[in-house]
Ligand binder design. Structure first.
Ligand SMILES: [Mg+2]
Length: 283
């Protein structure tokens, strides 16, 4: 167990050679373009705009995903949730951890979330599941004053839109020191357990919070979760990690060159600074 914990704490930097090797293995014709975007992002140039990127000047509502967007995977928050979900599945079906892990990933790919699968097929109590999955140590998150400063200066409303629970979102945002900058959290319960990227989740969010998507921007770490927002008229930004987490699917971490991705950034706080201008304490 100790060995696993140690290996999980190591993030793997994708070298240019490894990037090229990965790109060469992909049959997807878009892979080269994605690869170009991924390798164009550097420490000196952490943001990219697509040729037809929408702007931010008209934006009145700023919408943020939570996990792996407001904080990096290196904070080891999501792996805890992931492991709790595996434990839940193992306990529910009376199977070992490895089998549970495989079943969990099958549910995720087939139903969008493990919770959705367990509700649809086995009619489990979603509240008990969410309480169990998010009963983790949030103190591993360090306060992020740069991010709080940047979010606090965004002109207009700011909301969190997550496939997790409200309590988890509030715990994360509180540890980061950004909670007070947000008007509200729209969680998976509010979405009637329909997860992003399902268009219905966004429509319920727009309706509940009176958001005009043509005057809104969305920040998210999973590219496919930006398709519906962009189609609805939002300006979109994909937040990609500076290092690769070997325990998550590659598609969740890729820089993606696609019409529904206006911007790609490796540094959310710095990107927001570039949108509203740096604060008085920095730059
Ligand atoms: Mg996320």
């Amino acid at each position: 167990m100790k060995k696993l914990a140690e290996s999980r704490s190591k993030a793997y930097i994708l070298s240019p050679e490894a990037s090229r090797a990965l790109a060469a293995r992909r049959p997807d014709p878009e892979a080269d373009e994605n690869h170009r975007v991924a390798t164009a992002l550097t420490a000196d140039k952490p943001h990219l705009a697509s040729p037809k990127a929408r702007q931010f000047g008209h934006v009145e509502t700023w919408i943020f995903d939570l996990d792996n967007t407001l904080y990096s995977h290196e904070a080891l928050i999501w792996p805890q949730v992931d492991a709790r979900i595996t434990a839940y599945v193992a306990d529910m079906f009376g199977i070992d951890g490895m089998s549970a892990r495989a079943l969990q990933k099958y549910f995720y790919h087939q139903h969008g979330t493990t919770l959705k699968a367990l509700m649809d097929i086995y009619a489990i109590d979603p509240h008990a599941f969410l309480d169990f999955a998010h009963d983790i140590d949030h103190s591993l998150l360090a306060p992020n004053p740069s991010l709080g400063d940047a979010i606090g200066r965004l002109p207009g409303r700011r909301l969190i839109l997550t496939n997790g629970s409200r309590r988890h979102a509030e715990n994360v945002a509180r540890e980061l020191g950004v909670l007070d900058h947000f008007e509200d959290v729209f969680d998976i319960v509010a979405a009637d357990y329909i997860p992003k990227p399902d268009r219905r989740a966004y429509d319920m969010f727009f309706e509940k919070h009176g958001v005009d998507p043509a005057k809104a921007a969305m920040f998210e770490d999973i590219a496919k979760n930006l398709e519906a927002p962009h189609a609805a008229g939002m300006t979109t930004a994909l937040v990609v990690p500076a290092t690769i987490d070997p325990y998550r699917d590659a598609f969740e971490q890729e820089a993606v060159a696609a019409p529904h991705v206006d911007y790609v950034t490796r540094d959310l706080a710095d990107f927001l600074d570039s949108v509203v201008g740096p604060g008085p304490s920095r730059g």
